[in-house]
Design a protein around this ligand. Structure first.
Ligand code: HEM
Length: 185
């Protein structure tokens, strides 16, 4: 018997045993007199408590739903994430502080990799299939100032898309742990 079937049978039996469900006064009355119905009342009560407990357990035991896509949607979905990635790449290639690091990289490839990464990270329907952050940045000699410059460019790219500050921070919070893989000096 599945938990759901058990719950249903409990619900049926509690209705049978406690025809006065919904009439608290009658319930108290029956209990106070200790007649046959008081046991039914207790059984019904226990049954309903068990049902509630089981329902709670079922909710808790349900595997997490497919990734929460609220951030992806807040970023503007497919189109928003694509525009943010393109905006970021456009800005880093023009940013005097870091553009020298991107000379060997194809901007279209980078845009596409960032799009997939941001999309997946934010709960969208994409799969990032690129290199690990550690491997792809290992040879670049990125320092803290470089990292901060790229984050600023990302913020500007999100501003340009009208992404609210709080939403921007949600994406940045997901990227923050990558700092230790990207910054090597
Ligand atoms: C959290 C921050 C960062 C994220 C999420 C990120 C993400 C990425 C991704 C997804 C790729 C493509 C990897 C691949 O599939 O080959 C990449 C490559 C690259 N990133 Fe980053 N990156 C970050 C920080 C930085 C910083 C701070 C710089 C330099 C200022 C930088 C410079 C580069 C360069 C030059 C490449 C191309 C490497 C190559 O051509 O093989 N990244 N990054």
């Amino acid at each position: 018997m599945t938990p759901r079937m058990y719950l249903q049978s409990l619900a049926r039996s509690s209705v049978r045993m406690t025809p006065w469900v919904g009439h608290p006064n009658r319930g108290v009355h029956a209990l106070g007199h200790g007649d046959g119905r008081s046991r039914d009342h207790v059984h019904g009560y226990v049954g309903r408590c068990l049902a509630v407990l089981l329902a709670l357990l079922m909710v808790l035991a349900t595997p997490a739903r497919a990734a929460d896509d609220s951030l992806f949607r807040a970023l503007g979905g497919e189109a928003g994430v694509a525009a943010i990635s393109a905006g970021l790449v456009e800005r880093v290639y023009a940013d005097e502080r870091i553009k020298h690091l991107f000379q060997e990289t194809n901007p279209r490839f980078l845009t596409e990799q960032l799009r997939k990464q941001f999309c997946e990270l934010s709960g969208g329907p994409c799969k990032y299939d690129g290199e690990t952050m550690k491997k792809s940045h290992a040879a670049l000699g990125i320092n803290k100032a470089h990292f901060n410059a790229l984050v600023e460019d990302l913020q500007l790219a999100m501003d340009a898309q009208g992404v609210p500050f709080a939403t921007q921070n949600r994406l940045l919070a997901l990227l923050a742990p990558m700092y230790r893989d990207v910054v090597t000096r």
